[in-house]
Write a protein that binds this ligand. Sequence first.
Ligand SMILES: [Zn+2]
Length: 314
Amino acid sequence: MGGFRRFGVVATVILAWGPRAEGAGDSSFCQSAAHAVCSETNARQAVESVTAFNREIVFETRRTDTSLEKRIWIFEGLAYRRLGLSRNQLESFFERQRADFLEALERNPALTRSDAAAMRKTLSRVKFVTAGEYSAAGGSAEQGEVIRHCRSDGSALNAFVDPEFHAIVVCPGSISLLGSAFGVSARFERMVLHELGHFVNTDFFPSAFRSFEACVREQDDLDPTMLSEVSADYLSVEVLVLRLSRADISESGVTSELALGFSGLCNTLWGDSHPSGAYRISRTLGEHPAIRELAGCADEEPRLSCTLGGSTSP
Ligand SMILES: [Zn+2]
């Protein structure tokens, strides 16, 4: 897996954020974050456009009578060309996610200096590769992983990690999320931040997550196998909180940005090691005090949310 080139060009990320306005907050988000995220029209339409775009690319690649590995390459090449994107831009986009992730860790008051340093070291080794690069550098096992996570035509809006190679592998279909015309790059961001979280979550730093785990298990009686996902979600949402707090963005801008980012979790059910999407959205966004404040929710009672320090309310 070595030999992937690093590029230093700064990518332009298109964010459809409006100016901050004072208001009563997004009441539907404040009542049910999962419902608000999953019924947001813009997010749904944006994803439908990306899916239609990917379908056209799949149609093109199927015209070539060639191996899966080559079709994945062709898919990536067509996506770059049609979207006016380059591999350099993907790399810079990834570096931006890593930099903000590290900053959120540094700012986490419950993380010890030594855990923060160890996490930083782990994250600095993570490589970002496309499925085409991953299957070209690997063998049949890697190609099998690509089919499993990206579908056999590569069109899934997904990414996965290969811990052995310290790699986040992006499915070809996901590249299309970065097409500026679709306005759905927030979904790509959330996906990459979540996958970064998998490298430093409870699986690898159990002592740092002890209070977090106790809080989650007491609150929701979750199966312990789900803590891997929940802790990766927690870490990635802390990055979004940092980002949204810095941005000049309205309350409704916050909720529509979150809908774009999290719509991929809608309709996912309880499964192997994965809590349902509704649970993940409700718990990580809907109950997060800082997210609720950014969304303008007028809460009389503080919400209970699990952090590295334990619970946010007594
Ligand atoms: Zn995950």
